[in-house]
Design a protein around this ligand. Structure first.
Ligand SMILES: [Zn+2]
Length: 396
């Protein structure tokens, strides 16, 4: 079993070495040279040569600071604040676009509302309107974008053309981006992957540094395997939301009945609480105290959380790993309620929880912060290709 913490001494390509440096800076927010060299397994001389290039290309900056080491001061290396990234994030209510930096600062955001009953056609028009605003803003300021990150809820191998959470034609949107932002690398991802990136790169005290499973409970329910960022498959979506718990259950967007997503997504939660999804989103984290819960509803809520726990436990049975981070509405609940989810994990883990030694951590929900997750994803994409042109990634 790989843990993501081991350090194989394999020869790395130029891209991988640069990616190791840039993703480390992205996740740490900045580093002095000695610990950076150690973290990316380079001699200080080799690191120096690469930092020289990265600096010349405008990807990093270095400030001389007194360092807490013998022999200091040394340079504090961080990502260059002038690199501009675009974020495009689709949510249940609107499409968010923005321009920001590698460290997550947003300089511009705009939201275009979705129609009440969106179709692929009308969502396409919303994309055109929002992307035109984005293009005009960057043009007026003569900003050259280094990367565009696009986050779509439910995007996956099955949902691209058939059943995304919000209907949209990815191929057409891709063509629109290629035409309006010629030459700028564009990456699409599932919103769960974007949120996993956001938590990993932007949250202080994120509980895991090695390989782990990130579960996001939002518009849909899904997971991402998070691994070494310099590997090609650093972020792998897992469709754990479509584990079926009884074919007589509520209908799911995938066409089946009784999927864990049909019980635990935000729309399902809204229905259980007797409020509209829009009201629930507006309340944000406050719904826990603002919406009264009857004893019966609480019992049902716990039953659903238990099922979500079973789905997570079963996912770990298929691919064991030591850490699970859970983000979304369950993180807001009191420990008594959350215990139902933990019990579900325990009840399905092969060999029992003690044997599996899985540590569960609840991290705050990040829905409602759009387009920050897409921005974090754009930064991650740029860092993963070592800041090199998209076309040369494979050749490197
Ligand atoms: Zn389903």
């Amino acid at each position: 079993m790989t843990t993501g913490m081991e350090m194989p001494e394999q020869p790395r390509s130029r891209r991988q070495t640069r990616a190791a440096i840039l993703t480390h800076l992205l996740q740490s927010g900045g580093s002095f040279r000695p610990p950076l060299a150690k973290a990316v397994r380079l001699s200080e001389a080799s690191l120096s040569r690469i930092l020289f290039d990265l600096k010349a290309e405008g990807l990093i900056e270095e400030v001389r600071r007194p360092a807490p080491y013998v022999g200091g001061p040394t340079g504090l290396v961080s990502l260059d604040g002038s690199v501009a990234l675009a974020a495009v994030e689709l949510t249940g209510q609107w499409l968010s676009v923005g321009v920001g930096t590698l460290s997550g600062e947003l300089h511009y955001t705009e939201r275009v509302a979705l129609p009440a009953k969106p179709t692929a056609e009308s969502v396409g028009r919303v994309f055109r309107e929002a992307l035109t605003l984005l293009r005009d803003w960057t043009r007026r300021r003569r900003i050259a974008l280094a990367q565009i990150g696009v986050s779509i809820p439910g995007l996956g191998r099955l949902s691209i053309s058939t059943n995304p959470i919000i209907p949209c034609d990815i191929a057409r949107i891709g063509a629109m981006l290629a035409q309006m932002f010629a030459g700028v690398p564009v990456e699409f991802t599932n919103s769960v992957v974007a949120h996993a990136t956001f938590h990993r790169c932007r949250r202080e005290n994120y509980p895991f540094s090695g390989a782990h499973l990130f579960v996001f409970v939002g518009q849909g329910v899904a997971g991402t395997w998070v691994d070494d960022p310099t590997e090609a498959d650093a972020l792998q979506p897992v469709e754990l939301g479509h584990m079926v718990f009884g074919t007589d259950g509520p209908r799911c967007r995938c066409g089946h009945h009784g999927c864990v997503e049909a019980y635990t997504s935000l729309p399902a939660l809204a229905e259980l609480l007797g409020v509209s999804e829009a009201e629930l989103l507006q309340l944000g984290s406050d719904w826990v105290t603002a919406v009264p819960l009857s004893a019966r509803a609480r019992q049902e809520l716990r039953r659903r959380l238990f099922r979500l726990g079973l789905a997570i436990g079963n996912t770990l049975n298929v691919k064991p790993c030591r850490g699970v981070a859970i983000s979304g509405w369950p993180s807001l609940l009191a420990e008594d309620d959350r215990k139902a989810l933990v019990d579900g994990v325990d009840a399905s883990l092969l060999g029992g929880p003690e044997h599996a030694q899985v540590s569960l951590a609840f991290v705050p929900p990040s829905n409602g912060n759009d387009p920050r997750a897409a921005l974090a994803f754009a930064a991650f994409c740029l860092a993963c290709r070592g800041g090199m042109p998209a076309a040369s990634t494979e050749a490197a």
